[in-house]
Design a protein around this ligand. Sequence first.
Ligand SMILES: [Zn+2]
Length: 423
Amino acid sequence: MKKGAARSEASVTPRVNGIRLWQSLMDLAAIGATPKGGVCRLALTDLDRQARDCVIGWLRDAGCKVEIDGVGNIFAVRASRNSDAPVVLTGSHIDTQPSGGKFDGNYGVLAGLEVLRTLNDNAIATDKPVGVAIWTNEEGSRFVPVMGGSGAFAGVFTVDEILAQRDIDGIAFGEALERIGYKGALPVGRRAVDAYFEAHIEQGPILEREGNTIGLVTGTLGLRWYDCAWTGQDAHAGPTPMEARFDALRGASRMVEAVNDLALRFAPDGRGTVGFMQVKPNSRNVIPGRVNMSVDLRHPDDATLASMDAQLGAAARAIASELRLACELRQVAQFAACRFDRGCVQQVRDAAHEFGYAHQEIVSGAGHDAIHIAGVAPTAMIFIPCKDGISHNEIEDARADHVEAGANVLLHAVLARAGVASS
Ligand SMILES: [Zn+2]
């Protein structure tokens, strides 16, 4: 075989059963199904319990030992030659947004299940154990913080912090967890993980636009959030000549442009968004004296994000001085960019190449459990396209051949890491 040339896809073995995987996705989507074809299955509700019971049943049928930790994270592990070795873990989440889809999270868990079923079908013994994790409350829709279960596992949040969170009805996470019977005995975060691979729909338009089947996720965007306030002076829209105005909304408008220009200067990975604005007094015939707005900046490289931060500050000062306004720009949140493990990303790349799937490197714009797990174990993610890039929506959709391809890549990345035991 010529170097660089992929074998024909059909010759690569083992391969997952795409029809079985699709059927599992549809069966799980029936729990909490919405009339528009989506899923509403909020964390720690009765529907979440039903889904957990269902998937655990499938994982036990696949021969796994299932354990639950103190925040409800589920670990299903398949026996291996060296059972003391740290587990090669895959998985994701099965809670959804109130108007969520069939694939977000569920795909990563069921692709993991399909990997285990395929290993069984082919009687493959691995050196290291292979397991599937179902992380509690990834979506953060009913309880904050998002990605709470994986964050507790990785030590980002304490168990007490997680258990004390309350939903909008005042029900504590800990109460809800006990009520559905999923407060487990396993200490949170104690399991040694050799590596973590998470398959997920992209939730964005890039793979579809580029015509690629597999995204090799190299990391996630770092993020900075700001509150920005512009102060001028309220005045009558009629008698006040243009040159005598202190129009806060003019400053805010220039700032919107500045934020977008700034992100475009750092294309393709820079992001800049103003998504919130309050104009005061918000009256037709009053020059606005005050505007409060948000700014959201993102980039996968922390040093670049720091320079975006500096340029944002400079832009705010320049606009304020030109328009004779006061501008207060305050950073209110910051998350560092996450870089996934080079070795794990390479194993994903090798697997995609082996099957001849069109692939590209990609940065995740969304948060995932893998971001927390990357802090405690070598981690990578596998993206597949979703229709029109739409997610967190009942119409979220993915193609069966892409669903199968992502699971094949997951299978081979996991096998490369876990090792096939020679008999
Ligand atoms: Zn997700």
